[in-house]
Write a protein that binds this ligand. Structure first.
Ligand SMILES: [Fe+2]
Ligand SMILES: [Fe+2]
Length: 328
């Protein structure tokens, strides 16, 4: 082989090695959960993922798969929550997660929220979704095929026993089977009773729920109940299993002030338990809700309350407020 041929060959091999290296994840680092989306606004969204060892997280993002922009963490870790900012409203972006400059995930997309005051908004809602992982995958794949995916509000019971110390229900019953949905659609979460269950089905503080999700706390100072606006709709998430919502409780007082303060023409509240349901020989809904939250809904013109927990679809309109139990 003449020297010139040898040089070309070396160059070609170097090029191929570099291409393969660029396509591989950071050496030894693997994603264990995610990526998924939080805190969607008209001009920002947060991308979240976990890795099995510490690295410095980065999000490549842009209008196409060429990306062109980078959002970076300031320090290494195994939990990565990176805000992507400076975005345009109601726009579809491509992104992928990286660690230490090496891609860790394939391409995915997110959509920013509509601009404040816009007259249309689309969203989905889901709860009681994951009693079996196969059902969960089917549920979320079906949701992804629909067009109502501006964002998603979750109504609780996403994981069979969220605080189980033996089996990681969050991984097996939610993050793995729902992975295809949550990397594209931002979720705004609230807790159900199953988020509180440990391995003996005893209610305990939902440490794992709080480790996984980042609700927008600016409105309330609490990760359990909070509110946000999308377009011309005011959404309030309520916690109906861990925090008290009885009249005079901190949550009750917050919701009263929150609903009184919004000027949005549409008001939607979502939570896990519901005040009006019919089940033969079983529960007929939360009587505490009927004496505490329901009067607030009626007083402040709430249009819709979304919940689940009873595992069958029901729809009631009571004193001008529509109540939907989304089924399972
Ligand atoms: Fe429940
Ligand atoms: Fe449930």
């Amino acid at each position: 082989m003449v020297p010139q041929e040898r040089a070309w060959r070396r160059l070609l091999i170097t090029f191929v090695v570099l291409c393969v290296w660029a396509a591989l994840p950071a050496w030894g680092v693997q994603i264990t959960r995610g990526p998924y989306l939080q805190l969607q606004t008209p001009d920002s969204v947060s991308v979240v993922w976990f890795t099995d060892s510490a690295c410095t997280g980065e999000v490549e993002w842009g209008l196409t798969t060429s990306y062109g922009n980078l959002a970076q963490s300031t320090q290494p870790g195994t939990y990565h929550e990176i805000a992507v900012t400076g975005l345009s409203p109601d726009t579809l972006y491509h992104y992928r997660a990286r660690c230490d400059s090496a891609p860790l995930s394939g391409d995915a997309t997110f959509r920013t929220a509509p601009p404040s005051g816009a007259s249309a908004v689309s969203f989905s809602f889901v709860g009681d979704s994951c009693s079996a992982p196969s059902n969960c995958t089917a549920t979320y794949n079906a949701m992804l095929s629909q067009s109502l995916n501006g964002f998603c509000v979750t109504l609780g019971d996403l994981a069979g026993r969220g605080e189980d110390n033996i089996t990681d229900y969050w991984q097996s019953h939610f993050f793995t089977p729902a992975a295809g949905f949550i990397k594209h659609v931002c979720m705004h979460t609230t807790i159900g009773n199953h988020e509180l269950y440990d391995e003996t089905a005893t209610y305990v503080y939902p440490t794992r729920y709080l480790a996984n999700w980042s609700p927008p706390t600016a409105s309330s100072g609490s990760e359990f109940y909070y509110s946000f606006d999308k377009a011309h709709v005011h959404f309030a998430a309520v916690d109906t299993f861990w925090s008290s919502y009885a009249s005079g409780s901190a949550q009750y007082d917050w919701l009263a002030g929150d609903l009184a303060g919004t000027t949005q023409p549409w008001k939607i509240v979502f939570g896990h338990n519901g005040p009006y349901v019919s089940e033969d020989g079983s529960s007929n809904g939360s009587t505490t809700m009927r004496t505490s939250l329901v009067p607030l809904f009626e007083q402040h013109g709430v249009d819709l309350y979304l919940h689940c927990h009873y595992h069958n679809y029901q729809r009631n309109v009571v004193n001008g407020v529509c109540y939907i139990d989304q089924g399972t």
